[in-house]
Design a protein around this ligand. Structure first.
Ligand SMILES: NC(=O)c1ccc[n+]([C@@H]2O[C@H](COP(=O)([O-])OP(=O)(O)OC[C@H]3O[C@@H](n4cnc5c(N)ncnc54)[C@H](O)[C@@H]3O)[C@@H](O)[C@H]2O)c1
Length: 258
């Protein structure tokens, strides 16, 4: 029997068109949530419709802009009359390179992709959670806060951890919990939306394989996780089962703590 931990709740999931975000959004819908699937990909409404029999909606927004983040939260409130839970899935390393090989514009792009969407959506959702009398934010960070070939991404996810801890401290008195998971390497089907739209050079593929090797060897279990193994802890933290957990970043990385 499927649990119904999100019955009566409005859940907004960002980065819901594929990967971990898609898995989270579909399972939250299967567990009774009214779910808004937010993504930059124009096919996100089709993904939302995969949740047959559930009350879901897709919304296209570029969350690297504040206007996009605000529009997504406003849409959710208009459609479902409020927000209870925000799950921030948008992110992901665009390029893998030794730090000296990053061009300045590439450093900026990593921060825009993996820090700014969470910073913006956390701000844009707060008025709605305050109006509701509380709520929960789950950020998807990464164990790559310690890792090779992606220092700008590491910095972005370190920022996500800082948002999680400081926002949790500041808004606890308003009944708002803020938590995060830090996934390790996660196996996924080939991406419909590539991380790097320009494609990876042969040299970048080599640097990526070095990062994959480091990530795998840093785990106790000596393997990547699955999307389901990431979805489960994210939704545990989002649910009322985790009501006494806030400000925490949970490593979900086979023993690697990042
Ligand atoms: N996959 C992994 O191995 C892994 C490991 C550690 C952490 N993570 C984190 O988990 C999260 C999900 O990872 P994934 O591998 O499933 O991601 P993914 O790259 O497969 O999918 C990311 C989704 O976010 C969307 N997106 C990207 N930029 C956007 C923007 N500006 N506005 C709106 N939508 C945007 C994409 O369209 C895509 O649907 C990310 O935050 C990532 O950093 C992933």
């Amino acid at each position: 029997m499927i649990m119904q931990r999100f019955a009566g709740k409005v859940v907004v999931v960002t980065g819901a068109a594929q990967g971990i975000g898609r898995g989270v959004a579909l399972r939250a819908a299967a567990e009774g949530g009214r779910v808004v699937f937010v993504d930059r990909a124009d096919f996100v409404a089709e993904v939302a419709a995969e949740a047959q029999g559930a009350d879901t909606a897709g919304f296209v927004a570029d969350l690297e802009t504040y206007d996009g983040a605000k529009a997504a939260m406003d849409f959710a409130v208009q459609r479902f009359r409020g927000i209870d839970i925000l799950i921030n899935g948008v992110g992901g390393a665009i390029r893998m390179r030794p730090y000296a090989e990053f061009e300045p514009a590439q450093i900026d792009a990593e921060i825009r992709r993996s820090l700014m969407p969470t910073l913006y959506t956390c701000h844009a959702v707060l008025p709605h959670l305050l109006e509701r009398g509380g709520g929960t934010i789950v950020n998807v960070s990464s164990n790559a806060t310690r890792g090779i070939r992606r220092v700008p991404y590491s910095a972005a996810k370190g920022g996500v951890n800082a948002i999680t801890q400081s926002l949790a401290m500041e808004y606890a008195e308003h009944n708002i919990r803020v938590v995060a998971t830090a996934p390790g390497g996660t196996d996924a089907p080939p991406r419909r939306i590539p991380r790097n739209a320009a494609g990876d050079s042969e040299q970048e593929k080599t640097w990526m394989s070095e990062a994959v090797q480091q990530v795998t060897e840093s785990t106790f279990l000596k393997r990547y996780g699955t999307i389901d193994e990431q979805v489960a802890p994210i939704l545990f933290l989002a649910s009322d089962e985790a009501s006494y957990i806030t400000g925490s970043v949970l490593p979900v990385a086979g023993g690697d703590t990042g």
